[in-house]
Design a protein. Structure first.
Lengths: 218, 218
DNA sequence: GTTCGGTTTAACAATACAGTTAAACAAATG
DNA sequence: CATTTGTTTAACTGTATTGTTAAACCGAAC
């Protein structure tokens, strides 16, 4: 270990650093920050545990890097769709389809993020800024602004039941994310294995938008 | 400490034991099993930390007692309503109203249960049996059986759009529970303080059933 | 007033874990 | 081949944490 004092670790050395971050992602999302062990991360990354500290110094720094990364994986895409000029119906279909696909590939993500947010609520701000690189005051109008216009116009025109943009987003996201957050329980109570759970979520990609749009009929 | 070997701790000595369990409930639901400290539980209960071990021996036993208790707090009421003879519409209104009230009083419960289930998925079975004192095979028909009949009959009669009982339960529970599970994030992104969050959930008690029943219109 | 069960005190053992460090090492670069 | 840079080895520090234990304590029941 030569230059920890002399020169700070190279900001983006790719290989080992990202392998460690990947490993940390796996371990933290499975066990949570408090339950994760630095040694397990090192093992998962296939490196010595000294190297983990070499790149990330402390567990907390590593945890925050992983959290930021996980948050960035989940929210920006959603924000982009909600804020876009697409018609309401298309927004619903895209959100559901894209997010279900994404969550099927990252099953631990919702549980991890919700658990971390409950244990360290101060990270909510950090999460928000990781979405857009901006503070809450900037994200909020981006998320709800366009939507409010659209919903308001549709309600006036009589093509949709009136609903606040907040409820619109919250209801939709709830039905998309919750089944993944509660996946072990859903699987147990419905008697599903992994394959059947996946199949159910695949079916949900078409059923859920229909259901949701039906709720919005005037 | 006299009789730890001789006689096992009295199963229900009320006072101190329940105070410890209450304290453990508070600490575990806030910090999660891995993040909780036995010393903090003792402090919260106002007893010496030796006494916590006297009654519950290990952290894991205490954690399981708390988990069982928390699960029992959340699910049996819901199961009873879904399994009842009440008409669909009444089921929706009761579930929403009762659960929102209950969750407003126990804000950490959803986050805690979801986190624990993700970190220790083997507890899903334990949770199921804590609901009804029975295995999954018994709970499942109790939860979905009556509902399946009702939904099927209504679909035939043309009074409701067809929906599986699984989707019916999952969609409803999602929209009820998720806002609490993601509460810190919801508060941050919508710019709410505790009082406004509560107000929003109170309003939701009437809005959500209307929304949900609208989705079920044929 | 003595006995007894719950409780505290206070100290202890054992381990788990985060984080540090010096030295050796290896592979690429010049 | 000498230098640099990333990596391993291996040992170590310090502390947090779980769990145990013996002895004293204290109030209530007998």
């Amino acid at each position: 270990m030569a230059q920890h004092r002399g020169t700070p670790p190279p900001p983006l050395d790719a290989d080992s650093e990202t392998r460690i971050l990947d490993a940390a992602h796996v371990v933290f999302t499975r066990r949570g920050t408090a339950g994760a062990r630095m040694a397990e991360i090192a093992r998962e990354a296939g490196v010595n545990h000294a190297l983990v500290h070499y790149y990330f110094r402390t567990k907390q720094r590593l945890a925050e890097a992983v959290f930021r990364r996980a948050a960035g994986q989940l929210f920006p895409a959603m924000l982009a769709v909600f804020a876009s000029d697409l018609p309401i119906e298309e927004k619903v279909r895209r959100i559901v389809s894209a997010q279900v696909d994404m969550l099927l590939e990252n099953r631990y993500l919702p549980g991890y993020l919700l658990a971390e947010l409950n244990h360290y609520p101060e990270r909510a701000e950090l999460l928000l800024s990781s979405i857009a690189g901006a503070a809450a005051d900037v994200v909020r109008p981006r998320l709800f602004g366009k939507l409010a216009e659209q919903l308001d116009a549709a309600a006036r025109a009589g093509t949709l039941r009136p609903i606040t943009p907040q409820a619109f987003v919250l209801n939709l996201v709830s039905m998309v994310v919750y089944p993944f957050a509660a996946r072990p329980f859903v699987m147990a109570i419905m008697g599903l294995d992994d394959a059947r759970f996946t199949a159910m979520m695949q079916a949900r990609k078409t059923e859920l938008p229909d259901f949701y749009l039906a709720a919005l009929r005037p």
